[in-house]
Write a protein that binds this ligand. Structure first.
Ligand code: G
Ligand code: G
Ligand code: MN
Ligand code: NA
Length: 251
């Protein structure tokens, strides 16, 4: 509860920021970035998002934090032409996704900033299906009607099977970095990655490989049809200023 109060203060006292990690295509052109929340406490310093996101998710505080995040991301998209920055990906927790006003909120924030909702990739995790597949599918369809893109994050770490994938209106799958990191050493992980890529291709869903740290991983993925990459091999998450510099400097 103490942490929750400190986090509420963080929001009103401007202690939160955004880190952006570029996403690249097979030619290593930047096609977007994932937005990741950061919190620097005035006395305790940086607090890990693993810690503060989990605390925020215990209440509707997560809705406030992610609403702030969406506003900042739409503002940045409005500021940068689509040719410079095609899209941004934002993580949305199941609690926020399940809120009655979520679609309206997204409609409002994209409208206010005058951006094409298709430039926003909403990253969801398999936990959205916790209250049943049908509910999740209906909510996802409402988002698709607005025009935003949908990604399934941390794919492979959840409890669900591959079978339901065909019923989800997804644009993108993000293979969890735990599978990518062992590609060269673990035959099972390599087989999983290969299967996911083949299946996604079959379903017409793009795949982002997360946590790509070396050329061997990149080449393995490329050879099996993966076209989108994110990881320390290319870029670590960086400040918005550094990201803008990267984009405008490489024009
Ligand atoms: O860089 P990294 O340590 O930021 O991120 C740690 C975890 O925090 C990741 O799983 C990431 O998805 C999550 N995360 C970062 N920002 C957000 C956010 O705005 N909302 C949610 N739900 N998760 C986030
Ligand atoms: O769960 P989600 O995929 O949203 O989390 C993104 C997290 O992955 C962030 O914490 C980010 O810093 C981290 N990350 C991104 N690229 C790499 C990488 O190449 N290696 C490792 N170990 N972590 C990464
Ligand atoms: Mn993510
Ligand atoms: Na992930």
């Amino acid at each position: 509860l103490e942490m929750e109060q400190a986090l509420r203060r963080a929001l009103s006292e401007d202690q939160l920021s955004i880190a952006l990690q570029p996403q690249l295509d097979e030619q290593e052109r930047i096609i977007g970035a994932e937005a990741l929340m950061r919190w620097k406490h005035p006395r305790h310093g940086s607090v890990s998002p693993e810690v503060f996101i989990a605390i925020a998710e215990e209440s509707d505080l997560i809705v406030e934090l992610e609403t702030w995040m969406l506003d900042r991301c739409c503002k940045l998209l409005a500021h940068l032409p689509v040719a410079v920055l095609p899209r941004l990906s934002v993580n949305i927790s199941v609690r926020h996704f399940s809120q009655p006003g979520f679609v309206e909120g997204l409609t409002w924030v994209t409208g206010t900033h005058g951006i094409d909702p298709a430039r926003l990739m909403v990253e969801l995790t398999e936990s959205i299906m916790i209250d049943g597949l049908q509910d999740a599918v209906e909510r996802m369809r409402a988002l698709k009607r607005l025009g935003v893109k949908l990604a399934l994050d941390d794919f492979g770490t959840g409890f669900s099977s591959l079978a339901y994938l065909k019923s989800l209106p997804l644009d993108e799958l993000k293979i969890d970095r735990s599978f990518v990191s062992n590609l060269d050493t673990d035959g099972n992980d390599a087989a999983i990655v290969e299967t996911v890529l083949a299946m996604a291709q079959h379903l017409g869903i793009d795949v982002v490989a997360e946590g790509v740290e070396n050329r061997a991983q990149q080449e393995y993925l490329l050879a099996r049809g993966c076209r989108l990459f994110q990881g320390y091999l290319f870029y670590q998450p960086m400040s918005v200023e550094a990201f803008e510099e990267l984009l405008t400097g490489s024009e």
